[in-house]
Design a protein around this ligand. Structure first.
Ligand code: GRF
Length: 234
C-alpha cells in the first residue's frame, strides 16, 4: 500500500502575501527539519505563494511546521516504491498537482532521475552546503576543514541531471576557523543559507535570473569591491 499522506490545506491561516492570479506557485521539497523551507516561507516573498511542501519521509519535522501554518503538505515515503524511477514519477505527479512555477529543493536528500530533472529544467533550485564546484556530495564541512580551506559556504544552483552541478545562482562565504568542528562550521554556513536561499528565490520570482549556459546573470558591477579575506587584513 502506497503511503501518501495529504494534509488539509487551510490557506486562510497562511501568513503569505496577498494572493492574486499571477502569483508564482512554489513547491518545496524537504527530507527533514526544513529550516531552509522555513526561511523561505517566513520571507513572505512578494509575488510568490508556497503552494505545498512535500517530503520523502512522512515524519519529516518540516511537514508539521508547514501544516501548522496552513500550507498543503504531502508525505511520500520513497521506501514504498520499487524503483527510483517509480518514486520520481509519483513525486512529479504530486508536485504537478500544485501547478508549480518553481520547485525548491531544501535539504531534499534524494538522488533524482534524469527524467525528473529534465521535467523541471530551468525551474528547479537546490541549495548545497559548499562553494560548488568544490565538495559536491556529502560531508562537505568536514571535507573543507580537512583540506585546510580558509573559507567555506553555500551555493544555490539550478538543478541538472548531474548531482550538485548546474548553473550557479548565488553563493555565500564564511571563514573556516582554526578550531572549527564540523558542527560549528555547519551552523555558520546554515545561518547564511537562510539568508541566501530566500534571496535567490525572490530573484527567480521577480524574473531577474537569466541563464546563459553555465552562467546565471545577477551580479552587478556595483558589487565589484565586495570581498572577504581570511585571515582578515591586518
Ligand atoms: C542544508 O544544509 C542544505 O544545504 C543541505 O541540507 C541541509 C538541510 O537543512 N542540502 P534544512 O532541512 O533546510 O534545515
Amino acid at each position: 500500500m502506497l503511503a501518501a499522506f495529504l494534509f488539509a490545506a487551510n490557506l486562510s491561516a497562511v501568513a503569505q502575501p496577498f494572493l492574486t492570479a499571477d502569483m508564482k506557485n512554489i513547491v518545496i521539497l524537504i527530507s527533514g527539519r526544513g529550516s531552509n523551507m522555513q526561511a523561505i516561507v517566513d520571507a513572505q516573498i512578494a509575488g510568490a505563494r508556497i503552494a505545498a511542501v512535500i517530503a520523502n519521509r512522512p515524519d519529516a519535522a518540516g511537514l508539521a511546521w508547514a501544516a501548522e501554518r496552513g500550507i498543503a503538505t504531502v508525505g511520500l515515503d520513497h521506501k514504498q516504491f520499487a524503483s527510483r524511477e517509480a518514486f520520481d514519477e509519483r513525486l512529479a505527479s504530486e508536485i504537478d498537482a500544485f501547478s508549480p512555477d518553481l520547485v525548491v529543493l531544501a535539504g531534499f536528500m534524494r538522488i533524482l532521475t534524469p527524467a525528473f530533472t529534465a521535467r523541471y529544467e530551468g525551474r528547479m533550485l537546490n541549495i548545497h552546503p559548499s562553494l560548488l564546484p568544490s565538495f559536491p556530495g556529502l560531508h562537505t564541512h568536514q571535507r573543507a576543514i580537512d583540506m585546510g580551506c580558509k573559507v567555506a559556504g553555500c551555493t544555490v544552483h539550478f538543478v541538472t541531471a548531474e548531482l550538485d552541478h548546474g548553473p550557479i545562482v548565488a553563493q555565500g562565504v564564511v571563514p573556516v576557523l582554526d578550531d572549527d568542528t564540523e558542527a560549528a562550521l555547519a551552523n555558520r554556513v546554515l545561518a547564511l543559507e537562510h539568508q541566501l536561499y530566500p534571496q535567490a528565490v525572490r530573484q527567480f520570482v521577480a524574473g531577474e535570473l537569466q541563464v546563459n549556459g553555465s552562467r546565471v546573470s545577477g551580479v552587478a558591477a556595483s558589487q565589484a569591491s565586495a570581498s572577504l579575506m581570511v585571515p582578515a587584513p591586518r
